[in-house]
Ligand binder design. Structure first.
Ligand code: GRF
Length: 225
């Protein structure tokens, strides 16, 4: 827990639907997740997640990437916007932009991302399709610290699901998403309670132990191993 027990301030970045954002809002409301969501920022003006934030009374902002000439200019505007709220943690929740090295460095150790695959397998886009095409029997979701390599930072927490013979992109996406909604509030809670951090060698550390592999969220029991 924070020494002064004040909630961790966070800013959440989205690009679309915002169901992970909603899971975090719900965890604050119903499960005492000790964070204050100071703002939700989208790079897309039409992102449905902006409505979810507004309904929850959370300030929103749009930094439309299409109005910037290059990634560096966009990231600078984004950083200036984020800094207005002085967050202790930046949460990427379906934020579909590749970030510049300078931006990532600025938030290193205080920026988390969620990715719909068992990283390091299947980084990038269209993970459910990639899994089906590969014939892989396991799939899932990962929470990781963001570092300069896209989807390559140290993985903290994963949930696994079995791929069934009849699965399609749609059915896989739905089952993975269900797990995502459990993972993100938990990882954010660890960070807020100062149990989770990134050390100076860019290793994830949980409860003073370097995570040589991610913690696995057990869907059946809700337990961790
Ligand atoms: C999620 O699958 C997330 O893992 C990926 O983008 C999707 C965002 O969904 N990065 P939502 O906007 O949170 O509903």
């Amino acid at each position: 827990m924070n020494a002064d027990a004040s909630p961790l301030s966070i800013v959440i970045l989205i690009s679309g639907r915002g169901s992970n954002l909603q899971s975090i809002i719900d965890a604050v409301t119903h499960d005492k997740l000790p964070v204050e969501i100071r703002a939700v920022i989208s790079n897309r003006p039409a992102a449905a997640g902006l409505q979810r934030a507004a309904q929850a009374g959370i300030p929103t902002a749009v930094i439309d990437h299409s109005l910037y000439s290059d990634r560096a200019a966009f990231d600078q505007a984004l950083q200036e916007c984020i800094e207005r709220w002085q967050p202790g943690l930046v949460v990427l929740a379906g934020f579909m932009r590749i970030l510049t090295a300078g931006f990532v460095r600025h938030y290193q150790g205080r920026m988390l991302n969620i990715h719909p695959s068992l990283l390091p397998d299947f980084p990038g886009l269209h993970t459910h399709r990639q899994v089906l095409e590969s014939g892989c029997k396991q799939h899932g979701a990962s929470i990781h610290f963001v570092t300069a390599t896209v989807d390559g930072g140290p993985v903290v927490l994963q949930a696994r699901i079995a791929v069934q013979p009849q699965d399609t992109v749609t059915t896989l996406a739905a089952r993975v998403l269900e797990q995502e909604h459990r993972l993100y509030p938990l990882a954010i809670r660890w960070f807020a309670e100062q149990r989770l951090r990134l050390d100076s060698s860019a290793h994830a550390v949980l409860d003073d132990r370097v995570l040589t592999e991610p913690v696995i969220f057990k869907k059946e029991s809700g337990e961790l191993c």
